[in-house]
Design a protein around this ligand. Sequence first.
Ligand code: NAI
Length: 476
Amino acid sequence: MERKTSYDVVVIGGGPGGYVAAIKAASRGASVALVEKERLGGTCLNWGCIPTKTLIANAELLRQIRRSEEYGISVGEVSFDFAKMTERKDRVVKGLRDGLRGLIESNGIAIFKGHGRFTGPNEIKVLGENNALLQAKATIVATGSEVRSMASFPFDWERVHSSTSILDLKRLPRRLVIIGGGVIGCEAASLYRLLGCEVVILEMLPLIISPEGEEVSRLLRAALEKEGIEIRTEVMVEGIDRTGDGISVRIKGEKPIVGDMALVAVGRKLNTDDVGLERAGVVVGLSGAIPVNERLETNIPGIYAIGDITGKYLLAHMASHQGIVAALNCTGERVNMDYRAVPSVIFTHPEVATVGYTLQRAKAAGYDAQVGRFPFQALGKSQAAIELDGFAQIVVDRKSGEILGAQVMGHEASLLIAEATLAIANELTVESVSDTIHAHPTLAESWLEAALLANDMPLHLPPRKPASKSLKEGGL
Ligand code: NAI
């Protein structure tokens, strides 16, 4: 039966953007309804970050066990049960989802299970398990994105997979052909390679993960190739045919590439076409993204948009942060978004993490920038842990000393990027990092060393110039 209820804030979409916005608004005393048509936690928890990182944790442990001889440990023949790995992944996801429901309910938020569509600027109709007509003083739209399919090579979810359907594999492919060398393509390549599959990446651009810039792309490519992944760039995929027991990928002007499964990871489609935005008068751009101001408000006062549909970054943590900003703005505060320090992590082996400007982009933006790069190989902790591949680098404005960006590749890059993000978010200088005591022996010392290098004052690497010429005022 249809019911009508009024709320201060209605949030459409229960992913990491929407549920965080709902909790924040509720914690500020607003009455909040959260509308979700599928599963709480959205893509990230159910079909993205969490299931993939659970499988990656399995694969990384397997890799460690396989190289145990390097540490003087003999373990004999190593085998694994892929079905058990996927069962663990499903348990982790379910446990987190159940916990999330409890958390949302403990904040007094009403959950409506169904598809939410605007019927007017202040009214949302929910159709599904719960039918309702909700009145909203403010609405936060957080409907995310979904897998993009290509007309010329559609999914069959059996041999031609999306990033969602591949998570339900019961057996590993022998040879996996991945179309798209973006974040999903590279993470999947790394995972399935660690699990022993042959992997080929086909990317139409000259670079894999091209938004990360040329240097990071080149270094990751070399690292993935070292792991045995075949990478072909500047290839135009024309179609995928099913063969006797596998697939054959047709490539323009070249011989087809065969495998027993394909993963198509060519970007995502923003979910803005079935939310009734036109009925609310909300403008949607040609790309499907919703233009918002710095407070995340759309062209209609009281309607906010957050997460993937703002078309800025398709990152869970970005959506959550935008959720907080939107929730504050629709509960009486005035807060602006700041996009200077958005970390991005690619969970390949090795991990890659970046924040802020690359050297190239800093120079293009007019900064007199320089870089300080410290290799993990020169760290005691890296030697102790036998994790020698990788580096941390800081991009600095020579004039002010401000840290503009940072890139790190290697063991625990996902953890290490936090320090650089904090530094950039707080407009810290290289001296703030080099004057800070870093615990020894840790990989985080690479930031201290990179900061010293950016000032031409290396400690654990030979000097680039005579020490007398590079001494600077201030700093320790
Ligand atoms: P993406 O935009 O990162 O990469 C897609 C790639 O496919 C591009 O390099 C593109 O040039 C290539 N491509 C497109 N059409 C092609 C064709 N016909 N043949 C060959 N290559 C083709 O998209 P992806 O990897 O699907 O990821 C979607 C989004 O999800 C991204 O924005 C990503 O940032 C986000 N994501 C983030 C993660 C993280 O932060 N760790 C993990 C997974 C996804």
